[in-house]
Design a binder for this molecule. Structure first.
Ligand SMILES: [Ca+2]
Length: 466
């Protein structure tokens, strides 16, 4: 493992950067003079990469995923112009660890972020992010939107490979005052790089889209990486008025949530539209996914998202907590209008992006696997035989079609509480026969429960660093 928890920050940062240099320059024996070509596979063009990460968007909360009541033309079009996954998983059902997993290509525990980050802590500097990988390969990099991986200046996105940062550092903000109101003292939380940025009354989603478009325009002649981490449809659900009107006849909490999803869709459309307008689309890999399932917290009016037949929501390891919409689009390179049913996970995106960008495969320890072959073929084998999750006391293992969920709380399906017995704390499902996790097979298949339990024990022993 690349960890250096006992070193102080400056030393570990240097060590990490030296390591990156060794990795990048040593991998193909090039000299410092060839920086732009470092680590690249000869002759391959470097595409731009836009990674769109949405916040608390439910499993089916894009029309093309099955929510027929939504208006999401931009995401539906992205799916038509790309390949859509039906069994794509988040690393955890909550914001910070899911983000850490996405950016590092590791399980959250291996990325040093086991749970949500508060005023202290964050993504350890020795972790290597997609931004660092691409920056070393000559990309201009930016985070626009939500960070939630450390509030301290020492844990800034600028210390994790991003040349530029515009957005907020905490879990959520009011979209007009840019204050965090949800625990402790109310605090303003809008930043341009490490400078506090005041923009009273300006609608944050519009600012995010504008910043993203401006970054793309500024860097249109050079390869860029844009991590576009929208804070929508996370509460407070403050959709644009035209969408509130559009859903006027829908009941709450769906009404406010849906209006915010359509606002999100519009802003994604504005950014993709900018890529089209500049003629960059055929040289830009666009990836869209949500950070985990929809919220049923009080602050989101106890729901609004749609996980369809799936059980559970945010904070749970049932499918509705971790199965997320995911679309990859690169016209000319990736099949359009295609659907993939193979299992994949957010940590897979780092090595996959590396491959598409013509970089040598990362040779530090990753949990994610390159899924380019799956993106290219519905017949390719899944890159994972086994997947693991840990969220507080909850844990889950998926091995092929078998999924064991332990200590998950009682849950909802389409707003209704599902029956839950004490014995359901150990819940075994066969996903090929019952993706809804309705019938607990633990009693009838104790051998499988035992095998998946030992897989979990081996894994947790290997990853736990405390
Ligand atoms: Ca979230």
């Amino acid at each position: 493992m690349l960890t250096g928890k006992n070193r102080n920050m400056t030393e570990s940062d240097c060590t990490r950067r030296d390591f990156l240099k060794t990795l990048a320059f040593g991998a193909i024996g090039m000299t410092l003079g060839g920086r732009r070509l470092v680590g690249r596979v000869a002759g391959q063009q470097q595409p731009n990469v836009i990674l769109i990460f949405t916040d608390d968007q439910g499993t089916l909360d894009v029309n093309c995923y099955g929510s027929k009541d939504l208006y999401t033309p931009s995401l539906d079009r992205l799916a038509q112009e790309g390949t859509r996954f039906t069994q794509f998983y988040a690393g955890q059902p909550v914001c910070s660890p899911s983000r850490a997993s996405l950016l590092t290509g590791r399980y959250p525990l291996n990325a040093g972020v086991p749970g949500n980050v508060g005023r202290r802590g964050g993504l350890p500097l020795e972790q290597i992010t997609i931004a660092e990988m691409l920056k070393e390969a000559g990309y201009r990099t930016a985070l626009v939107g939500k960070w939630h991986l450390g509030e301290a200046a020492e844990l800034s996105p600028l210390r994790q490979g991003f040349d530029e940062f515009f957005g907020h550092k905490k879990g959520c903000i009011d979209n007009y005052s840019h204050f965090f109101y949800w625990s402790g003292p109310n605090r303003h939380d809008l930043w341009r790089n490490e400078e506090e940025f005041w923009a009273d009354g300006q609608y944050f989603p519009e600012m995010v889209a504008r910043e993203a478009c401006s970054f793309i325009e500024k860097n249109q002649d050079d390869p860029f990486f844009l991590y576009l981490a929208f804070n929508m449809p996370h509460y407070p659900t403050q959709g644009l008025e035209k969408y509130r009107r559009m859903y006027a006849d829908v009941d709450e909490p769906r009404k406010s949530y849906a209006a915010f999803v359509s606002t999100l869709d519009e802003k994604i459309g504005a950014v993709v539209g900018k890529v089209d307008e500049l003629g960059l689309r055929e040289n830009t890999l666009i990836i869209f996914l949500s950070d985990h399932g929809h919220s049923v917290e009080e602050r989101t009016n106890f729901g609004g998202g749609n996980a369809g037949p799936y059980r559970g929501s945010k904070f749970t390891l049932w499918e509705g907590g971790i199965r997320v919409p995911c679309i990859v689009s690169w016209p000319g390179r990736i099949a359009q209008g295609a659907v993939r049913d193979q299992v994949a996970i957010a940590a897979d995106l780092l090595p996959t992006i590396a491959d598409y960008c013509g970089l040598q495969p990362p040779d530090w320890e990753l949990d994610g696997r390159n899924i380019k072959s799956i993106i290219e073929s519905s017949q390719a084998e899944s890159s994972h035989k086994i997947l693991y999750w840990q969220h507080g006391k909850q844990w889950a293992v998926r091995e092929g079609d078998w999924k064991l969920v332990v200590n998950a709380p009682p849950s909802v399906r389409q707003g209704k509480e599902l029956p839950y017995k004490e014995s359901d704390k150990v819940f075994l499902s066969n996903m090929a026969q019952d993706m809804t996790e309705t019938n607990n097979l633990a009693d009838t298949h104790p051998d499988i429960v035992k095998r998946l339990t030992s897989l979990h024990e081996e894994w947790i022993t290997a990853v736990r660093q405390d």
